[in-house]
Design a binder for this molecule. Structure first.
Ligand code: PEP
Ligand code: MN
Length: 354
């Protein structure tokens, strides 16, 4: 892995961001070709489409399979774009290679599985093709690196990583939580490794694609993999997170891509302000907890229960409302207040047990 070089796709500029776009799944020849032509017009050079889909539960749409491969060949022929698809088994790899697919990617459920990764690596022995490896579903950097190492050991030299977020139990703002420090640590260990961000699977909703893409650019990511469908509302998989090629074009044109090597004096000043605000925030929280303990004392003396759900509910809702008025997401503020409330309850229980 140490000798890994920055990824270069044939005929595609390495200027940030390298964009890979296309539908979650190939559904029909018409959907594939319409989407591909529109993306090509928007300047996209690499087209993605899932042919075999790993679904959480059986019974859903599991991809069109083999019949979709000629559609991707047609995309190549008609638009000149490179085509990429997901592979998870020996058979997928063989079929994709036979069909002349240009780029393979490994999904998050597969990169978490060393047996599957080894099988894919063995099948790719002696083949020269770029392979992009998504982070495993669980936040395990070593497992992610291990998946790439298996490919590297099989002789694959063109390897890239994709941060698509990590799954977590319960309802969250993100479908898969970004944990930016993990790809940043990956980059620190392998400075030449190209890293992409997949804001579609990370956010799970259309409105998060633009801010997550911007965040990825601000953090120096090399590229983006974005799901795009000619008619997202009718998509057979991941419809809430797919955007039309037209919207993708708008997002790309509004992305601000800064020079990654530049750190300016004004940045230092802004960071100092952030540090100061964080100190103030922590102090304010300390004060809040002290009052909370006083409340705990009162509840103890009056034999009242620590948690009163009505009060908790009204705190969550009123704070979320305030956050919205100040241009933040209500869900974000609810997450913050859930954590604050948890600590507050812990403090009151301590008082109770004294
Ligand atoms: C996909 O790219 O459509 C996909 C299934 O992604 P992930 O492996 O990130 O869930
Ligand atoms: Mn998808």
């Amino acid at each position: 892995m140490e000798s890994i070089k920055p990824l270069q796709f044939d005929g595609v500029s390495t200027k940030r961001p390298m964009v890979i776009a296309g539908p979650c799944s190939a559904e029909s020849e018409e959907q594939i070709l319409t989407t591909a032509h529109d993306l090509s017009k928007a300047g996209v050079k690499i087209f993605r489409a899932g042919i075999w889909k790993p679904r959480t539960k059986p019974g859903g749409f599991e991809g069109v399979g083999l019949i979709g491969l000629p559609w991707l060949q047609k995309v190549k022929k008609e638009t000149g774009m490179l085509v990429a698809t997901e592979v998870a088994t020996r058979a997928h790899v063989e079929l994709a290679l036979n069909a002349g697919i240009d780029i393979l990617w490994i999904g998050a459920r597969t990169s978490a599985n060393p047996f599957a990764m080894q099988e894919i690596a063995d099948t790719l022995q002696g083949v020269d093709i770029p392979v992009l490896v998504k982070n495993p579903v669980n936040p395990d950097l070593e497992l992610w690196i291990g998946a790439m190492q298996r490919l590297k050991n099989a002789g694959i030299t063109r390897i890239g990583a994709i941060h698509r977020g990590f799954s977590a139990y319960g309802k969250h703002i993100y479908r898969n939580m970004p944990q930016w420090h993990i790809p940043i640590e990956l980059q620190r260990r392998f400075p030449n490794l190209s890293i992409f961000c997949d804001p579609s699977h990370m956010g799970g909703k259309r409105e998060l694609i633009a801010p997550l893409s911007q965040q990825a650019m601000d953090m120096g990511f090399d590229g983006l993999m974005i799901e795009s469908h000619c008619n997202p509302n009718c998509a057979l998989s991941d419809k809430d997170q797919q955007i039309t090629p037209e919207i993708l074009n708008i997002i790309m044109n509004t992305l601000v891509v800064r020079d990654t090597t530049q750190t300016t004096e004004s940045l230092t000043l802004l960071r100092q302000q952030i540090d100061q605000i964080d100190n103030d925030l922590i102090e304010a929280l300390g004060k809040r907890m002290r009052i909370s303990r006083e409340i705990g004392q009162y509840k103890k003396e009056h034999s009242m229960p620590v948690v009163q759900t009505n009060r908790y509910d009204s705190i969550l809702n009123s704070r979320a409302q305030l956050a919205i008025e100040m241009g933040m997401s209500g869900d974000f503020m609810k997450t913050v207040y859930q954590a604050i409330h948890e600590e507050s309850v812990r403090q009151q229980i301590e008082i109770l047990n004294k």
